[in-house]
Design a protein around this ligand. Structure first.
Ligand code: SAH
Length: 395
């Protein structure tokens, strides 16, 4: 294995188990590793620190272990076993009620560069590093071996791998074939998951617990679900006894998926309507009080994917939330989210605060929300925190 030696004092973050080595910390590389190779990281005195996947770019190594151990089939098996054991202990594996969960959340599961979501019999795997791309078949086998419900593993990395890498990843089944049933169960509700055509791995598992909270607040309310995608929040609101639920998304495909999911759980339910429209336009057009809502959900796509986009993203969150505060009925509730990793909890809260002040409404924070336990944050890698939400009472 090729070794990478760090400059003096650059070992500190690795000694605290942070899994990234930045290229600026490197003193010397013995040999010429290819992107994706396993390399050994040493401190300036050549003491062992970690083993990880080599990458080209500002993050040069993503550590998979801090122990000097063989990285073989057994190693990857143990990693998947731990990840699965945690989901079992969280109560997420329950064939009658819930067969949808995130099995691997990258650094949060000490598997940097790997995402795996499980939907009934199918696991959808996404590699964000060439190292994980090259390990895909071993990982797929470890998943089928250790997760009893999984029979198929679909690989979906065409858009997630570094585009400069000299590989041409192809999406497709690594094990098994398309399942007969594409229906996944989340908390007893059915969702059609389309990993072939859908965004990310096909479904946003990360809102499960926040949808459950929404269900508790929905009884008797008129609910507006903005950026509905698969209609997750809408279906929970209907089960919670909402008086009416309106779902809005600017993608026709998303609206079709929402309608399909509503129909699967609440056939012919007249309480639901969907609108294929831009969110801002929709909010602007609510002109009279009869059209206003008791409960609004704002779960937009990440407004900032890079640090450079941060300022505009914060403006976007402010503008969107201000619109909701302007348009919600007195005594209404807003569930507002940001899934941009580069936007901190504090920055998001400040953007929402500015929106509230602008609307001159009395706003109180009822809950501060985050990502669920199957999207764990490695305590040594705080960058893994990305989803934040606020539930607000608007007087
Ligand atoms: N709330 C969803 C996830 C939202 S993903 C869930 O619980 O699963 C973001 C969605 O926003 C996508 O479906 C995308 O089509 C939609 N979208 C992006 N820009 C939009 C806009 N300007 N107006 C309305 N919808 C938009």
């Amino acid at each position: 294995m090729i070794s990478i030696q760090l400059k003096p004092k650059k070992e500190e973050s690795l000694l605290r188990f942070h899994p990234w080595v930045f290229s600026g910390a490197i003193q010397h590389i013995e040999g010429k590793p290819a992107e994706g190779d396993l390399v050994e990281v040493l401190d300036s005195k050549r003491n062992f620190l970690a083993i990880g996947h080599y990458q080209i770019g500002s993050i040069a190594v993503r550590a998979v272990t801090f122990e000097n151990e063989p990285i073989d089939i057994d190693f990857w098996n143990r990693k998947i076993q731990w990840a699965y054991a945690m989901r079992v202990s969280l109560g997420l594996v329950n064939p009658e009620k819930n067969n949808t969960f995130r099995l691997v959340h990258g650094e949060g599961d000490s598997l940097p560069g790997l995402i795996v979501d499980v939907y009934a019999e199918t696991a959808v795997m996404q590699a964000h590093s060439v190292g994980m791309h090259e390990t895909r078949q071993i990982l797929a086998e470890a998943i089928v071996k250790n997760v009893p419900q999984v029979k198929n593993v679909y690989y979906k990395s065409e858009t997630t791998l570094p585009f400069k890498a000299p590989i041409a990843p192809e999406d497709g089944y690594l094990i098994g074939k398309e399942t007969v049933s594409l229906t996944a169960l989340e908390n007893g509700l059915e969702f059609h998951v389309d990993w072939l055509r859908g965004q990310k791995t096909g479904f946003f598992v990360d809102q499960r617990e926040n949808r459950t909270l929404l269900e508790r607040y929905a009884a008797g309310k008129s609910v507006l679900n903005m950026f509905c995608y698969t209609g997750g929040f809408s279906v929970y609101a209907l089960r919670g006894g909402a008086e009416l639920v309106h779902s809005v998304d600017s993608s026709t495909k998303a609206i079709q998926l929402t309608e399909k999911n509503v129909e699967a759980n609440f056939p012919n339910d007249k309480r639901h309507k969907s609108f294929d429209e831009d969110a801002f336009k929709y909010l602007n057009n609510l002109s009279n009080i009869e059209q206003k809502y008791d409960l609004i959900i704002l779960d937009p796509p990440a407004f900032a994917k890079h640090r450079e986009a941060l300022r505009n993203a914060l403006k976007g969150y402010k503008r969107l939330n201000a619109k909701a505060f302007e348009q919600i009925k007195p005594g209404g509730i807003v569930f507002t989210f940001s899934c941009s990793q580069v936007v901190t909890k504090e920055q998001f809260r400040l953007a929402v605060f500015s929106a509230a002040a602008e609307s001159k409404r009395n706003v109180r924070i009822l809950h501060q929300l985050s990502q669920p336990a199957d999207h764990p944050i490695n305590i040594y890698h705080p960058e893994g925190e990305y989803l934040k939400g606020l539930v607000l009472w608007v007087e």
